[in-house]
Design a protein around this ligand. Sequence first.
Ligand code: UFG
Length: 338
Amino acid sequence: MRVLVSGGAGFIGSHTVVQLVAAGHDVLIVDHFGNSKPSVVNRLEALTGTHLPVHAFDLGDADKTEQLFSSEQIDAVIHFAGFKAVGESVEKPLEYYENNLGSTFSLVRAMRRHGVDKLVFSSSATVYGHNPSPLVEDMSTSATNPYGWTKVMIEQILRDVAVADPSLRIAILRYFNPVGAHASGTIGEDPQGIPNNLMPFIAQVAVGRREKLMVFGDDYPTADGTPLRDYIHVEDLAAGHLAALRKLTQTDEAVSTWNLGTGHGTSVLEVLHAFERAVGRELPYEVVGRRAGDIAQSFADPHRANAELGWAATRSMDDMCVDQWRWQSANPTGYPDA
Ligand code: UFG
């Protein structure tokens, strides 16, 4: 298939591009490098041994999106592009709604005009709101911040579009907590500024860019008092996209929703200790107050994806830390600027 990957220079997008090429697909990237660096593409071309055409523009630009679909033959779209920082979304709600919804509108409009009928969409476990874990796909959805609402809203928009256009086949993938990196150590997560998420923060402590990890609360109702999350290796997550894309060519369902998680919760301190094993030394941390909006536990029920996609996460927390550390230690300041 000829697959358009939006946000193909981002963390999950880049790992998925590598697997798509390995599976024999032809890949086109659209990315405006708002939260990634163009040098990612050089790494991807080196890894895949393929030239990867990149269209560097903002998908909110409906005219450019239309031009792209007019000039390229496209069979399927994997839509990763989007703003994703919870805290920032509270500060800049309009920007989040405009960017995440606007890019989806112009993409889906262009798809419909050009008869592109397969779409895989990056959703998030955040749409489960305060539902109790394990989280199951048919639970109600809600959100506690504008970022989360963009995911809830886009899911609904896609379901509505699928009713109006029965030829569409849409996969909504709800990611849990993606971490780790490609085994080569040449691509990985490269957050701009201070990392919001746990694993990249620990990795930056390990490499000396941050003094110590702040553990946001140890008074939760869990075994060690720190919150449980379902961390999933980005390579397992990427494999889930290929499985979903394959399924879209075979299914009669217009919209399918799948959790991509391991089904296991790991605490903040357990992640820290796994990372210490990967690095081979202890890492400094301090317990501070809870972070607003955090919940005690979030982990998937992954059975639907296991059964319907023939997919399951295979990599352990130790694998995730070893791979993340290989990437971080080889690229202490992330991707080069040029
Ligand atoms: N944590 C710390 N210190 C840090 C960073 C995180 O203690 O410096 C803790 C958090 O309090 C939380 C856990 O580590 O208990 C995981 O936090 P992350 O920010 O890595 O992940 P979240 O589960 O909070 O957020 C993720 C995604 C969001 C998504 C959310 C819900 O990053 O995009 O899951 O699905 F909205």
